[in-house]
Write a protein that binds this ligand. Structure first.
Ligand code: SF4
Length: 460
């Protein structure tokens, strides 16, 4: 059954989204907060919201994701949640002993109008925040934007609180990471290190949400950007925001606060976006690109050349976050594939502009949409009318994949039914190779399963 009720004929919908290609703001805020060492995210709202956010992250990472909640009941919902939050701050520092509490709001507390800044100030005035401990916050009303907006808002909360500028500038560069997997954050740090750049990455969820099983449970794993690194980021020579939607406002806020100039670059997915990332790091750190990087690039180019015949002209439908879709679509075009349908639930006019720039010449038939009404239902209708050869997106595409018998590459958030994303990057040249390997595997498996005996090939 599943999505077989999706009709082929579409009717105009103005006030209804069906299966949105996004999730809610606080999940992003929670994920960004996990990228600070010793931080406990706190959801200022009802237990239901917090359970949903935690369980989505837990299912995506297959790790227990910790967060606290203000546990609104009827009273807090009517009179406001200040008393709950003040009690929560006391309890959390006493029982769970984090270095930082990162509070985000929810639809409910935003609608009531709770002022997080004022409540935190009161907690501080009342002596509820122990010396040397920190409480930061972000407003994340989920009826605006998406999980990416929540991530961006928490980054601004981090900048508002930690970085400090002194007279003494350093030769570090800040890598402000967009929403990518911990494996991707590790890979970007590896590339920068190979180039000899000194970097501070924030947030950094590597070694936080994909920890090793050593028999000793740690509530605050060893990873995450430290407080001293966050403070020092105010003295860095430059910031690179990796992904416009997730990092632009944080980069601007850091420049305004500490006079650290910034450049924006795409999440380094695929050949060209990785080239731009490498060049951005080289320029910011004033260093040259070593042969080892060029060598990795060459391996990706070699596989593209070797396998081109399996990729040429293949039609692809994608959904996810703009910061990932833009470089991914560009990569597919570089592979001579045809990304024909692209949707993101995250709003922003820039997305459609970027799609036009990338696709208008090479894939003029492409359809794309961002924000309201850009949903999986619409994409399924497009596919029913003119099928595709490949789906790329989060787990929610598995219904379309099964119903239409289309190979499906899981990428983005959330991935609830496969593993690997935490450990194997899709950024950088090696990440590009992994994407290629996965796409080719899907096409070849389908060919092996469906080709008649007369054209069943041993060597491919
Ligand atoms: S959309 Fe709003 S009410 Fe629903 S889980 Fe997210 S924050 Fe809670």
């Amino acid at each position: 059954m599943l999505l077989r009720h999706t009709p082929k004929d579409s009717i105009e919908r103005k006030a209804l989204t069906i299966n949105p290609a996004k999730t809610c703001q606080p999940i992003g805020a929670m994920y960004a907060a996990l990228g600070i060492h010793g931080c406990l995210p706190h959801s200022h709202g009802s237990q239901g919201c917090c359970s949903y956010h935690r369980s989505t992250l837990t299912r995506h990472y297959k790790e227990p994701i910790m967060a606290a909640t203000s546990s609104f009941t009827e009273g807090a919902s009517v009179f406001g949640g200040q008393a709950n939050l003040l009690q929560a701050i006391t309890n959390i520092f006493e029982i769970y002993e984090p270095e930082i509490i990162a509070i985000h709001s929810t639809c409910l507390s935003e609608t009531i109008g709770d002022d997080l800044n004022q409540i935190i100030q009161k907690a501080s005035d009342d002596g509820k925040i122990p010396l040397g401990k920190h409480v930061i916050y972000a407003n994340t009303p989920s009826y605006v934007g998406s999980h990416v907006t929540g991530y961006a808002n928490m980054l601004k909360g981090i900048i508002r609180y930690f970085p400090e500028a002194t007279e003494k500038k350093t030769d570090f560069i800040n890598l402000i990471s967009g929403w990518v997997e911990p494996s991707d954050m590790k890979e970007m740090k590896r590339l920068a290190k190979m180039m000899g750049a000194k970097t501070i990455m924030f947030p950094d969820t590597s070694d936080v949400v994909e920890t090793s099983l050593d028999g000793d449970y740690k509530m605050y794993p060893k990873g995450g950007t430290t407080i001293s690194e966050l403070i020092a980021s105010g003295n860095s020579k430059k910031s690179i925001g990796i992904g416009t939607w997730a990092t632009k406002e944080a980069a601007i806020a850091l420049e305004n606060k500490c006079k650290v100039p910034f450049a924006l670059t795409d999440v380094p997915i695929g050949l060209q976006a990785t080239d731009r990332f490498i060049q951005a790091v080289a320029k910011a750190a004033e260093i040259s690109i070593p042969d080892s990087i060029t060598n990795e690039r060459g391996k990706l180019v070699d596989v593209i050349a070797d396998m081109h015949q399996y990729l040429y002209g293949k039609r692809v439908a994608l959904w996810g976050d703009p910061d990932q879709l833009i470089p991914l679509v560009e990569f597919l075009v570089d592979l001579d594939m045809k990304p024909v349908y692209i949707v993101t639930g995250t709003p922003g006019k820039l997305f459609e502009q970027k799609m036009k720039e990338i696709l208008s010449e090479k894939v003029p038939e492409a359809k794309y949409k961002a924000g309201e009404g850009a949903d999986m239902f619409m994409m399924h209708q497009w596919i029913k009318n003119e099928p595709v050869d490949l789906l790329i997106g989060n787990t929610y595409g598995k219904y379309i994949s099964r119903d239409e018998n289309i190979p499906f590459l899981r990428m983005g958030f959330p991935i609830l039914d496969r593993i690997g994303h935490s450990y194997f990057p899709t950024v950088g040249y090696m990440g590009g190779l992994r994407i290629l390997e996965k796409i080719l595997g899907l096409f070849m498996d389908k060919q092996d399963a469906e080709s008649p005996e007369t054209s069943f090939e041993l060597v491919m």
